[in-house]
Design a protein around this ligand. Structure first.
Ligand SMILES: [Zn+2]
Length: 251
């Protein structure tokens, strides 16, 4: 399977109606091609019916040019999206192209998915925002979604949101020594960062479950969060297993 075919498949999985992760044109996906370019969902396409010709190939370097330019106007962003194309025959890429480009350049990240998951959004759009996701309620979410998530305040989709995510990713890595698996954008939705398309799907499905468990727990008197030391222990064990695998792979 080509990367384009695999990305189209991931998109359709995330766009499945019965999963309530995204409807209509909501959400977007991207995959790094390892040559300074990446594939991203084209503007105006739908995840649920995605095919390889609904994907646009974009240059990371051209995205950086736009991100580093001060005081960019709405029109310059519109034109900039087209100017970022590595293949000029492709459609205009999604307005979230900048965000995906930044995430794909984090260490170990090759695939990204962004959705407007109903359960997750129910919490992110509440008075509590991303707060309930800063602690854990079950071990599986730590294993799949990571011990720490990156919360981002509400900012209209586009260049400004990407700049806030860039700052958040740098801070997160300085603090935790690795990129997050989950970014939670308040009043907007989650982004999953993975090393494979399967990991992105798994993160999104587990995050949805986590959010539904939280909503149920709030309805049943409030969540009973796991003690910090237990959550840290599971996370450390994963780090340990990962390091061992890396050492074995090198040997
Ligand atoms: Zn969105």
């Amino acid at each position: 399977m080509t990367t384009a075919e695999e990305l189209a498949q991931l998109s359709r999985e995330l766009g499945r109606e019965d999963r309530h992760l995204a409807i209509l044109g909501e959400g977007n996906t991207a995959a790094d091609l390892g040559d300074g370019t990446f594939l991203v969902k084209a503007s105006g396409t739908s995840l649920g019916t995605m095919t390889p010709d609904g994907l646009s190939r974009v240059s990371h370097a051209k995205v950086d040019e736009l991100l580093d330019r001060p005081n960019v106007t709405e029109q310059e962003i519109e034109d900039g999206l087209v100017a970022c194309l590595a293949d000029p025959t492709h459609k205009k890429p999604s307005v979230e192209t900048f965000l995906h480009s930044l995430c794909l350049r984090e260490p170990g990240v090759k695939w990204t998915g962004h959705t407007h998951t109903t359960s997750v959004l129910a919490i992110l759009a509440s008075k509590q925002g991303a707060e309930p996701f800063l602690r854990h309620v079950c071990p599986d979410a730590i294993v799949v979604c990571g011990r720490h998530v990156l919360p981002v305040p509400y900012i209209n989709p586009g260049l400004d949101l990407a700049l806030a995510v860039r700052e958040g990713l740098a801070k997160f890595r300085a603090e935790h020594g690795k990129p997050p698996k989950v970014i939670l954008m308040k009043n907007h939705g989650p982004v999953a960062l993975g090393s494979s398309s399967k990991e992105v799907l798994n993160i999104m499905l587990m995050l949805d479950k986590w959010a539904r468990v939280l909503l149920g727990a709030f309805a049943a008197g409030g969540p009973n969060f796991l003690p910090e030391e237990d959550a840290a222990k599971i996370d450390n064990r994963l780090d340990e297993a990962y390091r061992r695998k890396m050492i074995e792979a090198k040997a």
